[in-house]
Design a protein around this ligand. Sequence first.
Ligand code: 5GP
Ligand code: ZN
Length: 113
Amino acid sequence: MEQCLFCKIVDGKIPAEIVYRDDSVVAFKDINPQAPVHVLVIPVKHVAKLTDPAASDGKMLSQIFATIARLAGELGLEKGFRVVANCGDEAGQTVHHIHFHVLGKRRLNWPPG
Ligand code: 5GP
Ligand code: ZN
């Protein structure tokens, strides 16, 4: 079966600027950054969207959020940052492998667009 784009990044078949990886989680710079810091944090395991039952894996989610917290320190986001997970068409999900956008190093407006 054809792999999804982010599974190809996990497997190194498509290059990406990886900022963190372990056996469960990979984080890499977004190709079209919306802020001076814009990284995507994903599980190694393919899960298409947040509403899939496999997305409610507590261990996987804690590994993702531990990675986000560590990256916030490493990437100099002590003034604040935002985590975004788009789910479904209306939210603008374009890649069907769950991912958490981490955005920072600029003033982030609310409500979002
Ligand atoms: P979504 O719109 O699904 O929430 O976010 C998908 C994100 O993946 C977008 O911000 C887009 O810029 C990013 N993206 C799409 N293709 C690639 C790619 O090949 N490499 C990287 N590093 N990011 C990508
Ligand atoms: Zn995938």
